[in-house]
Structures are given as C-alpha cells and as structure tokens.
Write a protein that binds this ligand. Structure first.
Ligand code: ZN
Length: 158
C-alpha cells in the first residue's frame, strides 16, 4: 500500500465524470489499497478514486472499528429522510460546512472481485456514501450550499 497525492479543488479532474470499472483485476485491488492508505494518512472518512486522479467509479469508506467498505460502480436504490450536518472533504482541505443529505441510503455495488452486493447505511455512513458518489459524477460538497459557493468564489476556483 502506498499513499497517493490527493487532487484538490481547482483541478479540473475533480469535475470529470468517472467511468465504470470493467476489469476487477490486480490493479483495481492495488488502487483500493492505495486509496485506503491515502484516506487514513489524511484522517478522512471516505475517498473516491478521482481524488487520487483515477477516473473510475471506486470508493472506500471508513466504517469505524477498523472496518472498511469498498464500493465499485455504485447505484443508489433508495434514500430516506434528511439530516443536516457538518461536512468536509480531503480535496477541500480546511473547509467545512453544513450539508443536507439523506439519513438512510441503500445502494447496489460490486466488491473488488466483481461480486455484486447491496448495502444499507445510516447517518454518517449514508452521508459519506452520498458525498463520494457525488465525486464520481464530478460534484463537490461546496457546490451544494451557499457557504460552499462563497468559498469557491473567494478562492477563485470552480
Ligand atoms: Zn470529498
């Protein structure tokens, strides 16, 4: 496992749409291992492949207690409720703002071996999943609130 450089706000890579993973091979495993190492080194709770410059639909989320969720090619099946809470992002270091997200989310996805599965997350896990899936579509949390838009403006970034 090696840590990779994090792509930060202002880099146009973050605005691109990631492509589905098609090969569940050794390089995907390597990518996921490196994403996890990079996330842990920066004390993040979730990371998407685009944040290390790889435009593929792969995400790692820290579930706590040394458990990690790897989701490949995720699709949201169902959401419920709404919660507003503070949110940050490894690609926007030092900035936090309140974002409203579903309280519950159910997704379908694939694991690193290409096996399909479904997963249900609540509260911060649901928040992380939605935040990371946004990344795969080129969307950042600073796009979603007035405070975030103000931050982008004041830093001259899009
Ligand atoms: Zn993020």
């Amino acid at each position: 496992m090696t840590t990779r450089r994090i792509v930060v706000l202002g880099n146009e890579t973050l605005r691109k749409k990631s492509k589905p993973v098609v090969s569940f091979d050794e390089s995907l495993g390597q990518l996921l291992d490196d994403m996890k190492a990079t996330m842990l080194s920066k004390k993040g709770m979730g990371i998407s492949a685009v944040q290390v410059g790889v435009l593929r639909r792969a995400i790692v989320i820290d579930l706590g207690d040394d458990e990690f969720l790897e989701i490949i090619n995720p699709e949201i099946i169902k959401t419920k409720g709404k919660v507003t809470d503070s949110e940050g992002c490894l690609s926007v270091p030092g900035f936090y703002c309140d974002v409203t997200r579903p309280r519950y989310v159910k997704i379908s996805a694939f694991d690193r071996n290409g096996k399909p599965f479904e997963f249900e997350g609540e509260d911060y896990v649901a928040r992380c999943i939605c935040h990371e899936i946004d990344h795969l579509n080129g969307v950042l949390f600073v796009d979603l609130t007035d405070e975030g838009k103000e931050y982008k403006k004041s830093h001259g970034v899009v």
